[in-house]
Design a protein around this ligand. Structure first.
Ligand code: SF4
Length: 338
């Protein structure tokens, strides 16, 4: 990430600290931005006199709030993600409420890191990859404010563009998260132009919506195309490997925004009812080393769904809940991505 290309909102941060009278605050930044953590800390100390503690833990999404650090500080500034989906889902705030009297949304302040980079050059390049006459436009939180200017560029290239809003997100039209693609699904076009960095969002959009995705990265100016059939074929192969599984490890994410215990227990009950063994395993990060020791034939992941792409390479099959239902004959293959 190019740190100078983002709005860090340091004036707003300092004003909030003063307004709340906070004496100790926390900072949580995505991995790509840890290099600027100490200069942000310096500025906060200089401007407000507050003590600053930097989170050294992962920060993959708004689902990933460092809640232990949150307990140590009066305000936690979480950078780089939208609060749109996860702010209401957290476990810990109930405890904080009782002890501090603060509402959960008052403890954690989301600094979205809007990008200041011009998206027009990469949209111009991406327009050449659009096959049809119309394209749906989506973006990550960093670029969603640039969608109108992307429409203008596409218009000049002779392409109609449409922006829709996810019904699940109380957020700007066109916004997608790594696990919420309602804005891409809602557009009528068969192709989607995604503005943002990395492959997780466009791969997820292609897999779950069945639409061809053209991904335009404003920082690298790279354009990549994601074909849904190729991605789905990979998932079919993982499902096929799990068809004979007699035992399952059902993974529950302990990060608040990924915590779906009820779903995991329902998966376990279904497996047991079908004569298979199933064990619920709670963990914060899902990686192959953590799963290697378990004597089960396959896993079902109820945590971060974007891991679907990463998990393809694991030795034992790791399924989504829908894929698990296909394995047990509870769902047809045609209904995998409704
Ligand atoms: S995709 Fe995963 S990491 Fe990203 S917001 Fe969703 S649950 Fe969190």
């Amino acid at each position: 990430m190019e740190q100078r290309s983002y709005e860090f909102e340091l004036d707003r941060i300092a004003a909030l600290i003063r307004e709340r009278g906070a004496t100790r605050v926390g900072l949580q930044l995505p991995d790509g931005l840890t290099s600027v953590a100490v200069s942000i800390a310096d500025e906060i100390v200089q401007e407000t006199g507050a003590e600053v503690i930097i989170s050294g833990n992962s920060c993959y999404g708004a689902c990933d709030i460092d809640e232990k650090l949150e307990c140590m500080v009066e305000l936690l500034f979480h950078f780089g993600h939208s609060s749109a989906l996860f702010a209401q889902r957290r476990i810990l705030p109930a405890i904080r409420d009782a002890t501090t009297g603060l509402r959960p949304d008052e403890n954690v302040i989301f600094i979205e890191l809007r990008s200041t980079i011009d998206v027009k050059p990469v949209v111009e390049k991406a327009a050449a990859e659009i096959i049809g006459e119309c394209v749906g436009l989506v973006a990550t939180i960093q670029h969603v404010h640039e969608l109108e200017s992307a429409i203008e560029v596409l218009k000049q290239a002779g392409k109609a563009a449409s922006i829709s809003k996810s019904l699940r997100l109380d957020a700007a039209p066109g916004l997608v998260l790594g696990c919420e693609f309602g804005a891409a699904r809602a557009v009528r076009c068969d192709e989607v132009l995604f503005i943002g960095s990395g492959g997780f969002h466009p791969a997820g959009i292609a897999l779950y919506t069945g639409k061809r995705v053209i991904a335009a990265d404003p920082f690298t100016r790279q354009v990549r195309v994601f074909e849904p059939d190729e991605l789905r074929k990979k998932r079919y192969m993982v499902i096929a490997r799990a068809l004979d599984a007699q035992s399952f490890g059902v993974l529950v994410g302990t990060k608040s925004g990924q915590y779906k215990l009820a779903d995991a227990l329902a998966v376990q009950r279904t497996a047991l009812a079908k004569g298979r063994n199933a064990y619920v395993i709670a963990l914060d990060e899902i990686c192959e080393e953590k799963l290697l020791g378990y004597a089960v034939d396959a896993f079902v992941n109820t945590a971060c769904p974007r891991l679907v792409e990463d998990l393809v390479a694991f030795k034992k099959p790791v399924l989504t809940i829908a894929e698990f239902e296909v394995v047990l004959g509870e769902r047809s293959w045609d209904e995998l991505w409704p």
